[in-house]
Structures are given as C-alpha cells and as structure tokens.
Write a protein that binds this ligand. Structure first.
Ligand SMILES: NC(=O)c1ccc[n+]([C@@H]2O[C@H](COP(=O)([O-])OP(=O)(O)OC[C@H]3O[C@@H](n4cnc5c(N)ncnc54)[C@H](O)[C@@H]3O)[C@@H](O)[C@H]2O)c1
Length: 392
C-alpha cells in the first residue's frame, strides 16, 4: 500500500472536534484537505470560506461519492459513526473515525466484519489520541514487559471529567439516549476504557452501579462505579463521574512483582518487589513482614508529557496509507472499550453482573428502549440506522 501522492482527506461533521482536527491539517505531511460535509450549511461555509479550494457537501454520502477524497475523518455524533464508516468502506475509502466507533459493541462488530472484506486495501483507524501520551505508553510497556509480574488488581479512579450543566445544555444531542447513546461512559470515558483494556486486557465479568442524572439535569449516566473479574482471578475497579470537582485521576496497577501508580502526567511511581509476592507469602517464616522492595519514580520524557495527541494519530493514519506504518489505534480495536462501557451500563441499569462479551441483542434492545423515550429524536442521515436499527 505504498503511495507517493498526498492523501485527499474529507471531514464529515465539522462542529467542535471536526474543526479542531482541521486546525492542524497544514502540519500533517502527505495530507491534502479537499472536502467537508455537515448537515448544517453554516458549519460547511465556515470552512469553505477559509479554504478556497475546499468543496463543501451537505451529507457524508455526497462527499464520499464526489471522487474528491481517498479518506474520511468522521467527527459526527456517535450513532452515525458505524453507518458512515461502513459506507466509506463500500466506496473503498480509508477511515479515521472519532471515538467511539459505535454506541454498541454489536454495531462495532458489524463494522469490523465489513472491514474484513476491504482489509489490505483500506486503512481503518480510530481517534484514541491518548494512546500517544508518554505516561500511558510507558504503563503499557511496563505491564506487557512483565515489570509487575502477573497482574492481580487494577484500580482507576477517573473522576476529573467534571462538566457543568451549561456544557450539557450546549448541544441537543449531548447526554441523551437518542442523540448520544449514553453519558460519561460513551462520551468522556472511551479513552480511559480503551487504555484500561490496552494495559491489562479484558475482564470476563463486570458489576456496576450507575447513576442517571445524579449531578445534572440529563437523561444519561453521570456516575459509574464498576468492579471487574479477570480470567486469572485478578480484579478491577473503575470509577468515573462528570459531577465531581476537583476530580481525581489515579491509576494503580498491582501485580505479583510490584505496583505502579500514576495520574498520566510526567511521572509513574513504581515499587518493584525483590521476589514474587505469592512465593514470599507462602514461604516466609515472618508473620508481619512485607516483601522487600525498591521504590522508584519513573520520569516520562520531559516536555512531552502530553504527547502528539490528535495530530500524531492523524499523521500516523496518513503514514499508514502512504507507507504502511503500523496504526497507533486500529479501528477494529474500538470494540474493546465499548464492550467494557456497554457491560458497565447494562449491569448498572439491570442491577446484576454482566458476562463479556455483552449479550448483543439484549443490549441493543435496552439502548433502543431508552432512545425511544429520549427527549432527543435522532434524524438518521441516509442508509442504515446502525445502532438504532430494529434488528439487533
Ligand atoms: N478525541 C477527542 O479528544 C474528542 C473530543 C471531543 C469530541 N470527540 C468526538 O467527536 C465527535 C463529535 O463531537 P463534537 O464535540 O465535535 O460535536 P459537535 O456537536 O460540536 O459537532 C458535530 C457536528 O456533526 C454534524 N453532524 C451531525 N450529524 C451529521 C451527519 N450525519 N453528517 C454530517 N454531519 C453531521 C453537526 O451538524 C455538527 O456540526 C463525537 O464522536 C465526540 O465523541 C472526540
């Protein structure tokens, strides 16, 4: 898949995030920004006025048919993500999809099935920009290289997603079952849920408490407390909220050879035990001794604590098309964090543990039921209704 010509990219959905992506395109090597589409004519005009050669369209489908693009960046509200992604595959176009890749893991699975038919010809990425953060990359390296030994527990308190009522009032689709398909788990946390599984893999069962509109006048969840069980017996806790200020970002991963703690900033606190905790536990004659250990503070690269983020993911996507570079965040991996979030929401709403993979039909029916009585009625832009389709 080597090509020397620039990749002609079209942006579908140019509100807040779409516009933010457009603002760094001139710094992405090998990218030619050729088209925009939005259902709001004013949003299209804002960009076509600024970029004289840019062509504007009133729908993603029209942009894809135009022949002016090789790739699309999808930055619409969530329900349209899988519909537009699959349509792009049908047109033989590369896709960089904003998170989440869908509202339900079932829809993400359909997208992945559709991708299998075009794999090798088309690149599919997802905007998990936090995978570029040096601290998160280091955590993944430490876990995968076995610095912690076998993982026994992972706790993530990620409550620094505070949002005011004014934020939720600012957009019709936001924080509604019909427009967004959920709350903190589907909007703010996809990055954390993706990283969670990127670090330690997927649990086999999730139990959660979920509060709907506890801190805000919204339909959807704004607080989640989830516990998880992994195949090897390890446990996990994931706590999030959009109602706490100040919030906390504390990731703690414990294993048989130590523990790491970080807030994702410029340092990781690491305690490395001199021997296996489980062996020490079984063999020592001391009754109250702790396992001897070395403490260290791991500095992540100075000045780069935040990483390349969105621009880096977009550059990587272009490089994947032109030079076959490995994707930082393959679109097919978008399903995993979604699976976690779906399981948490389902468990919290039904009041019982949920085994993974989440039951596709039951979860789709649950979301459709909630969307049906939502204040926001989704207007489906062309083609299949994706997550809101009546067949599960
Ligand atoms: N990766 C990140 O850091 C990050 C940050 C913020 C938002 N996002 C994601 O970006 C996406 C967009 O969020 P936003 O905050 O920009 O929302 P927004 O409401 O500001 O913008 C969405 C735009 O899409 C347009 N639109 C809606 N349906 C469309 C359709 N079918 N075809 C074409 N245009 C359509 C709307 O008119 C609007 O201009 C969401 O998936 C969100 O989760 C990602």
């Amino acid at each position: 898949m080597k090509r020397l010509k620039p990749v002609r990219l079209g942006v579908i959905g140019c509100g807040g995030m779409g516009s933010s992506h457009i603002s760094y395109f001139d710094k992405v090597n090998g990218l030619a920004f050729t088209a925009v589409a939005d259902i709001l004519p004013a949003a299209v005009k804002r960009h076509t006025e600024k970029h004289p050669n840019l062509k504007g369209f009133s729908s993603g489908a029209a942009l894809m048919k135009s022949g002016l693009v090789d790739a699309v960046l999808i930055a619409t509200p969530h329900y349209d993500h899988p519909v537009l992604t699959r349509l792009a595959f049908q047109h033989g176009l590369h896709v960089l999809c904003e998170k989440p890749v869908a509202v339900t893991a079932g829809e993400a699975e359909r997208t992945n099935q559709a991708y299998r038919k075009v794999k090798g010809k088309v690149v599919f990425g997802v905007m998990f920009n936090q995978r570029t953060s040096p601290a998160w990359r280091k955590v993944r390296q430490m876990v995968t290289e076995g610095w912690l030994g076998e993982i026994t527990r992972v706790n993530w308190i990620i409550t620094n997603w505070f949002r005011s009522q004014a934020y939720f009032n600012s957009g019709g689709w936001r924080a509604t079952w019909g427009g967004e398909g959920g709350g903190v788990l589907i909007n703010q946390c996809p990055h954390n849920l993706d990283l969670f599984q990127w670090f330690v893999g997927m649990p086999v069962e999730v139990t959660a408490q979920v509060a709907l509109g506890k801190y805000h006048r919204i339909e959807v969840e704004d607080e989640v407390i989830a516990t998880m069980r992994f195949k090897n017996g390890a446990t996990g806790v994931f706590i999030t909220s959009t109602g706490e200020s100040p919030g906390t970002n504390r990731l703690e991963i414990t294993g048989d050879r130590g523990r790491l703690v970080t807030d994702g900033g410029s340092t990781i606190e690491f305690i490395h035990t001199e021997q296996s905790v489980s062996t020490f536990c079984k063999t020592t004659l001391e009754r109250f001794a702790n396992v001897p250990a070395t403490r260290m503070t791991i500095e992540v690269p100075a000045g780069a604590a935040w990483g390349g983020q969105h621009q880096q993911v977009t550059q990587n996507f272009v490089n994947a098309i032109t030079q076959g570079e490995t994707l930082i965040a393959p679109g097919t991996e978008g399903i995993h964090g979604l699976e976690l979030g779906n399981a948490m929401l389902m468990s919290g709403l039904l009041g019982k543990p949920v085994k993974l993979p989440t039951p596709r039909g039951a979860y789709a029916a649950l979301i459709r039921k909630l969307a049906k009585r939502s204040a926001f009625k989704k207007v489906v832009a062309g083609g299949s209704k994706g997550d809101l389709a009546t067949s599960a």
